[in-house]
Design a protein around this ligand. Structure first.
Ligand code: UTP
Length: 289
């Protein structure tokens, strides 16, 4: 089964990143020098996905779409300065994928945001990325999850162990382990109190879903935070067609909060030869104080 489409909801208010998110969509903020939406589209494309559907709030469509659109004046300027490396990079960005934006006019929750993509998704299984979650792994995490979907026919979510402190702000699951990387999910709860949580395993922003989820979301009442929760809708498919967890490897940062975004920028810069040495030496000086 080929997955060709990915939904990327970015319409939330971004309250953890105020005040900058008053004016700038948080998923356009830099992870070193590129936004998390770029990193997620790259991951999607590496897994064979061709079409990206962003769910945006009013006012966000233009900056998000502009990032992925060809920019002739900029390209001309780079060409006239003989900056062929930057020119090539700009052309790669606008050629990465087919990008469309759908506006969510009312922020009624992640489940509701995914429902906005129904028409664009059509009748094929699809991927969902939350661009707050940036993952550096040897092979694209979503590609491994698509493989689990292909083998099981079920919905698949990314899983990571979190601290007790983080449990009440996450979707938490109960599992039966199938292999080192894959589990069958037997229970799911969004934002539980620590004492009610079935484990410390949290859903991270990667999903592969069948289209039956759309009818289920429509029939899912508002849950935690009075929002329509994607976790609640997925939980209704534990029996059929089943829900599976993929325990991804590699490094993950939540760039939806300032500290996570800073760590992600440092990680991304340390991976870049042209700045890594200088950054390391500056960091080793600054941490002494
Ligand atoms: P979050 O719970 O992280 O909310 O949403 P948020 O508004 O982005 O950030 P904070 O917590 O206020 O700082 C999870 C994902 O769901 C999207 C968000 O953009 C984020 O990618 N979302 C959430 C929507 O697209 N629409 C919604 O109505 C709610």
């Amino acid at each position: 089964m080929t997955i060709r489409k990915a939904v990327m909801p970015v319409a939330g208010f971004g309250t953890r990143f105020l005040p900058v998110t008053r004016a700038v969509p948080k998923n356009l903020l830099p992870v070193f020098d590129r936004p998390s939406v770029h990193l997620c589209v790259e991951e999607a494309v590496a897994a064979g996905i061709e079409d990206i559907i962003f769910i945006v709030s009013e006012g966000q469509e233009e900056p998000i779409a502009r990032y992925f659109r060809p920019q002739p004046a900029l390209e001309e300027a780079l060409a006239s300065r003989n900056n062929s490396a930057a020119l090539e990079q700009m052309r790669e960005i606008s050629g990465m994928a087919n990008v469309v934006c759908v506006t969510q006019t009312e922020q009624r929750g992640l489940g509701h945001a995914v429902l906005m993509a129904r028409e664009m998704v059509g009748d094929e299984s699809f991927a969902v990325f939350l661009p707050d979650d940036v993952i550096w792994a040897d092979s694209p995490t979503i590609g491994e999850m698509i493989e689990v979907h292909r083998k099981t026919g079920g919905n698949v979510v990314g899983l990571e162990e979190v601290s007790d402190e983080d449990v009440p702000s996450k979707g938490i699951v109960a599992i039966e382990r199938m292999s080192d990387t894959t589990s069958r999910i037997v229970g799911m709860v969004e934002k539980p109190a620590l004492e009610d949580a079935p484990s410390n395993l949290a859903i991270v922003g990667r999903y592969v879903l069948g289209t039956e989820i759309f009818d289920t979301i429509e029939n899912t009442p508002a849950g935690a935070l009075d929002e329509i929760q994607l976790t609640d809708a997925i939980a209704r498919h534990i029996e059929s067609p089943g829900v599976y967890g993929y325990h991804f490897g590699g490094e993950h940062q939540d760039v939806g909060n300032p500290l996570g975004a800073l760590k992600a920028s440092v990680k991304a810069a340390l991976d870049r030869e042209e700045v890594a040495e200088e950054l390391k030496s500056w960091l080793s000086c600054i941490v002494r104080y």
